[in-house]
Design a protein around this ligand. Sequence first.
Ligand SMILES: NC(=O)c1ccc[n+]([C@@H]2O[C@H](COP(=O)([O-])OP(=O)(O)OC[C@H]3O[C@@H](n4cnc5c(N)ncnc54)[C@H](OP(=O)(O)O)[C@@H]3O)[C@@H](O)[C@H]2O)c1
Length: 261
Amino acid sequence: MSRTILITGASSGFGQASARLFAESGWQLLLLARRKDRLDQLIDSLRQVGCDQLMHTIASDIREPDQWQSALDQRPAGMQHIDILLNNAGLAAGLSLAHEADLDDWHRMIDTNVTGLVDITRFVLPGMVERNQGHIINMGSVAGNWPYPSGNVYGATKAFVKQFTNNLKADLIGTGVRVSNIEPGLAETEFSQVRFAGDQNKADAVYQGTTPLSAEDIAEIVMWIASRPAHVNINAVEVMPVCQSFDAFRIDRSGSLSDLT
Ligand SMILES: NC(=O)c1ccc[n+]([C@@H]2O[C@H](COP(=O)([O-])OP(=O)(O)OC[C@H]3O[C@@H](n4cnc5c(N)ncnc54)[C@H](OP(=O)(O)O)[C@@H]3O)[C@@H](O)[C@H]2O)c1
Protein backbone atom coordinates (compact mmCIF):
# COMPACT_ATOMS: atom_id res chain seq x y z
CA MET A 1 0.00 0.00 0.00
CA SER A 2 1.28 3.49 -0.85
CA ARG A 3 2.44 5.66 1.98
CA THR A 4 1.34 9.27 2.43
CA ILE A 5 3.30 12.30 3.57
CA LEU A 6 1.58 15.55 4.57
CA ILE A 7 3.94 18.47 3.95
CA THR A 8 3.13 21.94 5.23
CA GLY A 9 4.84 24.77 3.38
CA ALA A 10 5.18 22.69 0.22
CA SER A 11 5.07 25.61 -2.22
CA SER A 12 8.71 26.63 -1.79
CA GLY A 13 12.10 25.81 -0.29
CA PHE A 14 12.52 22.76 1.95
CA GLY A 15 8.89 21.69 1.64
CA GLN A 16 8.90 21.77 -2.14
CA ALA A 17 12.22 19.92 -2.40
CA SER A 18 10.98 17.30 0.06
CA ALA A 19 7.78 16.86 -1.96
CA ARG A 20 9.85 16.16 -5.07
CA LEU A 21 12.11 13.67 -3.36
CA PHE A 22 9.27 11.76 -1.70
CA ALA A 23 7.20 11.75 -4.89
CA GLU A 24 10.14 10.31 -6.83
CA SER A 25 10.30 7.54 -4.19
CA GLY A 26 6.64 6.69 -4.76
CA TRP A 27 5.09 8.45 -1.78
CA GLN A 28 1.61 9.95 -2.03
CA LEU A 29 1.63 13.69 -1.35
CA LEU A 30 -0.69 15.90 0.66
CA LEU A 31 0.64 19.39 0.04
CA LEU A 32 -0.40 22.37 2.15
CA ALA A 33 0.45 26.04 1.52
CA ARG A 34 -1.36 29.25 0.74
CA ARG A 35 -0.16 29.57 -2.89
CA LYS A 36 -2.30 27.03 -4.71
CA ASP A 37 -0.81 27.90 -8.13
CA ARG A 38 2.63 26.87 -6.84
CA LEU A 39 1.29 23.58 -5.50
CA ASP A 40 -0.51 22.85 -8.77
CA GLN A 41 2.66 23.63 -10.75
CA LEU A 42 4.64 21.30 -8.52
CA ILE A 43 2.20 18.46 -9.09
CA ASP A 44 2.17 19.13 -12.84
CA SER A 45 5.95 18.97 -12.98
CA LEU A 46 5.96 15.71 -11.00
CA ARG A 47 3.36 14.21 -13.35
CA GLN A 48 5.61 15.14 -16.27
CA VAL A 49 8.45 13.07 -14.84
CA GLY A 50 6.19 10.07 -14.44
CA CYS A 51 4.86 10.35 -10.88
CA ASP A 52 1.36 8.93 -11.19
CA GLN A 53 0.50 8.32 -7.54
CA LEU A 54 -2.16 10.25 -5.58
CA MET A 55 -1.16 13.87 -5.00
CA HIS A 56 -3.53 16.34 -3.41
CA THR A 57 -3.30 20.03 -2.56
CA ILE A 58 -4.67 21.87 0.45
CA ALA A 59 -4.58 25.58 -0.32
CA SER A 60 -4.80 26.97 3.15
CA ASP A 61 -3.16 29.17 5.70
CA ILE A 62 -1.80 27.05 8.53
CA ARG A 63 -3.17 29.73 10.89
CA GLU A 64 -6.72 28.89 9.76
CA PRO A 65 -7.43 25.48 11.28
CA ASP A 66 -11.10 25.48 10.28
CA GLN A 67 -10.00 25.88 6.65
CA TRP A 68 -7.36 23.13 6.53
CA GLN A 69 -9.26 20.74 8.79
CA SER A 70 -12.27 20.60 6.49
CA ALA A 71 -9.94 20.28 3.47
CA LEU A 72 -8.07 17.45 5.18
CA ASP A 73 -11.34 15.78 6.16
CA GLN A 74 -12.20 15.67 2.45
CA ARG A 75 -8.88 14.22 1.28
CA PRO A 76 -9.02 11.32 -1.17
CA ALA A 77 -10.00 7.93 0.22
CA GLY A 78 -6.60 6.43 -0.58
CA MET A 79 -4.89 8.98 1.67
CA GLN A 80 -6.71 8.41 4.92
CA HIS A 81 -3.59 7.21 6.72
CA ILE A 82 -0.99 9.93 7.08
CA ASP A 83 2.36 8.20 7.61
CA ILE A 84 4.51 11.32 7.92
CA LEU A 85 3.64 14.86 8.90
CA LEU A 86 6.44 17.21 7.83
CA ASN A 87 5.80 20.33 9.89
CA ASN A 88 7.74 22.72 7.72
CA ALA A 89 5.55 25.81 7.11
CA GLY A 90 7.15 28.72 8.85
CA LEU A 91 8.89 32.02 8.54
CA ALA A 92 11.09 34.67 10.04
CA ALA A 93 9.56 38.14 9.79
CA GLY A 94 11.94 41.06 10.21
CA LEU A 95 15.37 41.28 11.79
CA SER A 96 15.10 43.97 14.44
CA LEU A 97 16.22 44.37 17.99
CA ALA A 98 13.51 43.35 20.44
CA HIS A 99 12.76 46.88 21.61
CA GLU A 100 12.33 48.04 18.01
CA ALA A 101 10.62 45.03 16.43
CA ASP A 102 7.16 45.11 14.89
CA LEU A 103 4.75 43.34 17.22
CA ASP A 104 2.70 42.14 14.22
CA ASP A 105 5.81 40.34 12.93
CA TRP A 106 6.20 38.63 16.28
CA HIS A 107 2.58 37.51 16.32
CA ARG A 108 2.82 36.24 12.73
CA MET A 109 5.82 34.07 13.62
CA ILE A 110 4.22 32.72 16.78
CA ASP A 111 0.88 32.05 15.04
CA THR A 112 2.59 30.22 12.14
CA ASN A 113 5.68 28.54 13.60
CA VAL A 114 4.15 27.60 16.95
CA THR A 115 0.35 27.64 16.95
CA GLY A 116 -0.07 26.35 13.37
CA LEU A 117 2.44 23.57 13.95
CA VAL A 118 0.83 22.55 17.23
CA ASP A 119 -2.69 22.59 15.78
CA ILE A 120 -1.93 20.33 12.83
CA THR A 121 0.14 17.98 14.97
CA ARG A 122 -2.77 17.57 17.38
CA PHE A 123 -5.06 16.90 14.39
CA VAL A 124 -2.85 14.20 12.82
CA LEU A 125 -1.40 12.51 15.89
CA PRO A 126 -4.42 10.51 17.18
CA GLY A 127 -4.61 8.54 13.90
CA MET A 128 -0.92 7.73 14.11
CA VAL A 129 -1.21 6.54 17.70
CA GLU A 130 -4.29 4.47 16.83
CA ARG A 131 -2.38 2.76 14.01
CA ASN A 132 0.73 2.51 16.20
CA GLN A 133 2.78 3.93 13.37
CA GLY A 134 3.71 7.32 11.98
CA HIS A 135 6.34 10.02 12.06
CA ILE A 136 6.19 13.70 12.96
CA ILE A 137 9.17 15.53 11.44
CA ASN A 138 9.45 19.12 12.59
CA MET A 139 11.47 21.89 10.97
CA GLY A 140 13.34 23.63 13.74
CA SER A 141 16.43 25.76 13.24
CA VAL A 142 19.87 26.41 14.65
CA ALA A 143 18.12 29.59 15.83
CA GLY A 144 16.31 27.43 18.38
CA ASN A 145 19.64 26.35 19.86
CA TRP A 146 21.84 29.41 19.54
CA PRO A 147 20.89 33.05 20.16
CA TYR A 148 21.84 35.79 17.73
CA PRO A 149 21.15 39.54 17.81
CA SER A 150 17.68 40.33 16.46
CA GLY A 151 16.76 36.64 16.39
CA ASN A 152 14.47 37.23 19.39
CA VAL A 153 11.03 35.75 18.61
CA TYR A 154 12.07 33.70 15.57
CA GLY A 155 14.65 31.82 17.65
CA ALA A 156 12.15 31.46 20.47
CA THR A 157 9.57 29.85 18.17
CA LYS A 158 12.19 27.33 17.02
CA ALA A 159 13.23 26.63 20.63
CA PHE A 160 9.56 25.86 21.21
CA VAL A 161 9.58 23.46 18.26
CA LYS A 162 12.64 21.70 19.66
CA GLN A 163 11.15 21.23 23.13
CA PHE A 164 7.74 20.30 21.71
CA THR A 165 9.50 17.59 19.68
CA ASN A 166 11.22 16.25 22.80
CA ASN A 167 8.02 16.33 24.83
CA LEU A 168 6.10 14.55 22.05
CA LYS A 169 8.79 11.88 22.20
CA ALA A 170 8.15 11.58 25.94
CA ASP A 171 4.39 11.19 25.40
CA LEU A 172 4.75 8.69 22.55
CA ILE A 173 6.60 6.06 24.56
CA GLY A 174 4.90 2.71 24.12
CA THR A 175 3.75 3.57 20.60
CA GLY A 176 5.50 3.04 17.27
CA VAL A 177 5.18 6.74 16.43
CA ARG A 178 8.45 8.56 15.78
CA VAL A 179 9.26 12.23 16.20
CA SER A 180 12.24 14.20 14.93
CA ASN A 181 13.49 17.77 14.72
CA ILE A 182 15.67 19.11 11.91
CA GLU A 183 17.70 22.18 12.83
CA PRO A 184 19.17 23.80 9.70
CA GLY A 185 21.50 26.74 9.58
CA LEU A 186 22.00 29.08 6.61
CA ALA A 187 20.02 27.75 3.65
CA GLU A 188 19.08 29.57 0.46
CA THR A 189 15.34 29.45 -0.19
CA GLU A 190 12.69 32.18 -0.20
CA PHE A 191 13.27 32.46 3.56
CA SER A 192 15.23 35.75 3.42
CA GLN A 193 12.91 37.31 0.82
CA VAL A 194 10.08 36.68 3.25
CA ARG A 195 12.10 37.87 6.25
CA PHE A 196 12.90 41.17 4.50
CA ALA A 197 9.38 41.59 3.04
CA GLY A 198 10.47 41.12 -0.57
CA ASP A 199 13.63 43.28 -0.44
CA GLN A 200 15.76 41.27 -2.86
CA ASN A 201 18.98 43.21 -2.15
CA LYS A 202 18.78 42.46 1.56
CA ALA A 203 17.91 38.82 0.84
CA ASP A 204 20.84 38.44 -1.58
CA ALA A 205 23.24 39.96 0.95
CA VAL A 206 22.49 37.13 3.39
CA TYR A 207 24.04 34.60 0.99
CA GLN A 208 26.71 36.78 -0.60
CA GLY A 209 30.11 35.05 -0.65
CA THR A 210 28.75 31.89 0.96
CA THR A 211 27.93 28.38 -0.13
CA PRO A 212 24.70 27.92 1.83
CA LEU A 213 22.72 24.74 2.33
CA SER A 214 20.21 24.09 -0.44
CA ALA A 215 16.61 23.01 -0.13
CA GLU A 216 17.67 19.67 -1.62
CA ASP A 217 20.27 19.19 1.15
CA ILE A 218 17.49 19.45 3.72
CA ALA A 219 15.09 17.25 1.73
CA GLU A 220 17.72 14.50 1.74
CA ILE A 221 17.94 14.75 5.52
CA VAL A 222 14.15 14.49 5.78
CA MET A 223 14.27 11.37 3.61
CA TRP A 224 17.15 9.86 5.61
CA ILE A 225 15.32 10.41 8.91
CA ALA A 226 12.14 8.90 7.48
CA SER A 227 13.83 5.87 5.99
CA ARG A 228 15.63 4.60 9.11
CA PRO A 229 14.40 1.19 10.30
CA ALA A 230 11.13 1.40 12.27
CA HIS A 231 12.89 0.90 15.62
CA VAL A 232 15.23 3.89 15.09
CA ASN A 233 14.16 7.40 16.13
CA ILE A 234 16.37 10.28 15.06
CA ASN A 235 15.64 12.85 17.77
CA ALA A 236 17.38 15.80 16.15
CA VAL A 237 19.72 16.70 13.33
CA GLU A 238 21.51 20.05 13.48
CA VAL A 239 23.13 21.00 10.18
CA MET A 240 25.08 24.02 8.98
CA PRO A 241 26.96 24.77 5.80
CA VAL A 242 30.73 24.60 6.19
CA CYS A 243 30.92 28.37 5.80
CA GLN A 244 28.81 28.99 8.91
CA SER A 245 30.01 28.82 12.49
CA PHE A 246 29.63 30.32 15.98
CA ASP A 247 30.74 33.70 17.24
CA ALA A 248 32.28 34.65 20.56
CA PHE A 249 30.32 36.17 23.45
CA ARG A 250 30.01 39.87 22.90
CA ILE A 251 31.33 42.30 25.49
CA ASP A 252 30.48 45.98 25.61
CA ARG A 253 33.83 47.77 26.11
CA SER A 254 32.51 51.29 25.50
CA GLY A 255 32.66 52.07 29.21
CA SER A 256 29.17 53.52 29.00
CA LEU A 257 27.91 51.12 31.66
CA SER A 258 30.63 51.91 34.22
CA ASP A 259 28.25 53.77 36.51
CA LEU A 260 25.82 50.86 36.80
CA THR A 261 25.81 49.48 40.34
N1 LIG B 1 16.12 28.84 4.95
C1 LIG B 1 16.70 28.82 6.12
O1 LIG B 1 17.82 29.39 6.28
C2 LIG B 1 16.08 28.08 7.27
C3 LIG B 1 16.92 27.68 8.31
C4 LIG B 1 16.36 27.00 9.38
C5 LIG B 1 15.01 26.72 9.41
N2 LIG B 1 14.21 27.15 8.39
C6 LIG B 1 12.78 26.82 8.49
O2 LIG B 1 12.45 25.95 7.44
C7 LIG B 1 11.06 26.07 7.14
C8 LIG B 1 10.88 26.23 5.64
O3 LIG B 1 11.52 27.43 5.25
P1 LIG B 1 12.21 27.64 3.85
O4 LIG B 1 13.62 28.04 4.12
O5 LIG B 1 11.94 26.52 2.95
O6 LIG B 1 11.45 29.00 3.41
P2 LIG B 1 10.47 29.35 2.19
O7 LIG B 1 11.12 29.04 0.90
O8 LIG B 1 10.03 30.75 2.45
O9 LIG B 1 9.23 28.35 2.40
C9 LIG B 1 8.31 28.54 3.44
C10 LIG B 1 7.07 27.71 3.16
O10 LIG B 1 6.16 27.87 4.26
C11 LIG B 1 4.89 28.22 3.75
N3 LIG B 1 4.16 29.07 4.68
C12 LIG B 1 4.60 30.20 5.29
N4 LIG B 1 3.61 30.72 6.04
C13 LIG B 1 2.52 29.90 5.88
C14 LIG B 1 1.19 29.93 6.36
N5 LIG B 1 0.75 30.92 7.17
N6 LIG B 1 0.35 28.95 6.01
C15 LIG B 1 0.76 27.96 5.19
N7 LIG B 1 2.01 27.88 4.69
C16 LIG B 1 2.87 28.86 5.04
C17 LIG B 1 5.15 28.94 2.44
O11 LIG B 1 4.04 28.77 1.55
P3 LIG B 1 2.99 29.90 1.13
O12 LIG B 1 3.68 31.21 1.18
O13 LIG B 1 2.58 29.50 -0.26
O14 LIG B 1 1.87 29.77 2.10
C18 LIG B 1 6.34 28.14 1.90
O15 LIG B 1 5.89 27.00 1.21
C19 LIG B 1 10.53 27.22 7.98
O16 LIG B 1 9.88 26.71 9.12
C20 LIG B 1 11.80 27.96 8.38
O17 LIG B 1 11.65 28.66 9.59
C21 LIG B 1 14.71 27.81 7.31
